[in-house]
Design a protein around this ligand. Sequence first.
Ligand code: NAI
Ligand SMILES: O=C(O)C1=N[C@H](C(=O)O)C[C@H](O)C1
Length: 258
Amino acid sequence: MTEDLQRGEGKPLRVGVLGARGRMGAQAVKAVEASRDLEVVAMVDAGDSVFEIADAGAEVVIDFTHPDVVMDNLRFAVDRGIHAVVGTTGFTSARLQTLRGWLAAKPELGVLIAPNFALGAVLAMRFAQQAARFYESAEIIELHHNRKADAPSGTAAHTAKLIGEARSAAGLKPGPDATTSELDGARGAAIDGVPVHSVRLPGLVAHEEILFGADGETLTIRHDSMDRASFMPGVLLGVRTVPKRPGLTIGLENVIEL
Ligand SMILES: NC(=O)C1=CN([C@@H]2O[C@H](COP(=O)(O)OP(=O)(O)OC[C@H]3O[C@@H](n4cnc5c(N)ncnc54)[C@H](O)[C@@H]3O)[C@@H](O)[C@H]2O)C=CC1
Ligand SMILES: O=C(O)C1=N[C@H](C(=O)O)C[C@H](O)C1
């Protein structure tokens, strides 16, 4: 059965891409264009008018832009009743609260925010969440290309939050750590009690290592995206699913149902 028939409409879903000339946006445009059941109707980047998205009749918008502009983009999409699939980072709990408020006025609308669209990264986060209750001590190292705008990565921040929540649910506190003298930044940034270390190097794409330690053993969970192609199946799944998922969904794991 073709994807068109699966949608039961025979008409491709109309997609607008924000950040269309960026590293991720450009790949997303290609991936959507290669899908028979989807159609790119607007490509918008910095300096273009966001109104092009609405004027073109986009039903879903994909956002891979910048943490500084993503909330304005979402405000625009929600106001105009356009579903959104968001890969851009920078979602604090205050931002998510604001977004939930906007969506309350549009109960039919779906917004999916995924810290990472790569299947392996989603699995790594899930495995880390499962391991967290068995280990008091955990640290994260995230490694990315040197053009990345933000640190730590959205994926690392989300992973740390999942570990923190799993530990609290199990009644665990962060494990003993005798280091009392340190150069600023040497132990990374603490997120929910988990130290997160960021590496930026040309040659890298997107990588994460989650390390757990206990007496006499360590457990390392590692994921590597060597190519941005790794994100595209997740992005396409998000685009096809979001019109059927009203409200705010955070994390691709809720769409794949691991
Ligand atoms: N969730 C995921 O799986 C992934 C998320 N990301 C995130 O996606 C975001 C973008 O990453 P890259 O593509 O590597 O960055 P990039 O810098 O290559 O692309 C961003 C693009 O957005 C454009 N832009 C800036 N302001 C805009 C606006 N107001 N309207 C439309 N376009 C605008 C820029 O001109 C640029 O072309 C980052 O936050 C990054 O962390 C990146 C890879 C995977
Ligand atoms: O900027 C990137 O490249 C990536 N950003 C996302 C993040 O911050 O977690 C996802 C992935 O790590 C690639």
